[in-house]
Design a protein around this ligand. Structure first.
Ligand SMILES: NC(=O)c1ccc[n+]([C@@H]2O[C@H](COP(=O)([O-])OP(=O)(O)OC[C@H]3O[C@@H](n4cnc5c(N)ncnc54)[C@H](O)[C@@H]3O)[C@@H](O)[C@H]2O)c1
Length: 275
């Protein structure tokens, strides 16, 4: 036993939703290395040795319900990693509504253990949520999967940025009610990260902030570099952290806000909803 054990997951069950590839796969590996018993849910084939694999399609409520039943409890850390790019049918369900339904179902079923934590992968694209909070609250107040899907359709919000903003707003809004049940909820907002998804959309995703990275001498993140802070937020070492979206972008947005890297200022203000 050492003081550092608070960063570990020994004896804990960690569920990674969207853990077949990219950051989710890296998070599943880190969780295993930190002592966890890992369950991976994904639409794609899951290859991680030693992990339990459960098929799920986040775009379909019945598929989520079946996956939650198969998983059961207790879950000590739930990492909500799955996501798709603009242009993918069902983006509103895969990127937000399906995750919310899965979490709500697990909370209602008492499967998330007291002292546990939820960690989302949001995006710099979600940072402007506060400016849109009144509208996003309408979505967050929809009581279930189908009414949320209907709201998104009615308001024309089935896009990447809107759903990442909804995720960040959800994280902030649920901090109070979930902690009353002993569960923390946080998110990371990664900058460009070399994953299959980013490589498939490299003209927009991996060119973003490339001038800043050249200037400071860093590359786009690796999936592992995003997995570490995500696991930290869900560890006991982060017991005091709840309801935040932590920007994990090597300092791009901060350098833009302060104009210490002036070229990032307009985009930072845009993403933060300050224009
Ligand atoms: N890569 C980046 O630059 C970047 C930056 C910011 C945020 N993000 C976010 O990070 C998260 C992880 O993405 P990634 O870059 O690691 O990509 P990835 O494609 O490697 O991982 C996404 C995972 O989601 C799964 N998935 C897709 N549709 C699904 C569905 N219908 N049901 C269940 N699972 C499904 C995929 O099979 C895959 O395993 C996403 O939410 C993405 O929006 C990525």
């Amino acid at each position: 036993m050492s003081l550092f054990d608070a960063f570990r997951f020994d004896g804990k069950r960690v569920l990674v939703v969207g853990g077949a590839s990219g950051m989710g796969a890296a998070a599943a590996e880190v969780a295993q290395a930190a002592g966890a018993d890992v369950v991976v849910m994904d639409f794609a084939d899951i290859a991680l040795a030693g992990a339990s694999a459960i098929h799920v399609n986040l775009a379909e409520r019945a598929s989520i319900d079946a996956a939650v039943d198969e998983c059961g409890g207790p879950v000590h850390a739930l990492l909500a990693c799955a996501g798709v790019a603009d242009g993918t049918p069902g983006i509103e369900r895969i990127n937000f509504i399906g995750h919310r339904h899965l979490i709500d179902t697990m909370m209602a079923g008492g499967m998330l253990a007291r002292g546990g934590a939820i960690g989302f992968i949001s995006s710099a694209a979600g940072l402007g949520w506060e400016a849109n909070l009144p509208l996003l609250q309408e979505l967050l107040e929809t009581p279930d999967f189908d009414s949320a899907v209907a709201w998104v359709e009615e308001h024309g919000k089935a896009d990447y940025m809107s759903m990442k903003q909804a995720m960040c707003a959800y994280v902030a809004r649920q901090a109070y009610s979930f902690l009353k049940q002993g569960i923390r909820i946080n998110a990371i907002c990664p900058g460009p990260t070399e994953t299959p998804l980013a490589i498939a959309n490299k003209e927009t995703w991996l060119t973003f902030g490339a001038d800043y990275r050249d200037a400071v001498g860093v590359d786009a993140s690796t999936p592992l570099e995003q997995a570490y802070p995500l696991l930290f937020l869900c560890s006991d070492a982060a017991a005091a952290i709840n309801g935040i979206t932590m920007v994990t972008d090597a300092g791009y947005i901060s350098s833009g806000v302060t104009s210490s890297f002036p070229d990032a200022n307009p985009i930072a203000n845009f993403l933060l909803g300050r224009l």
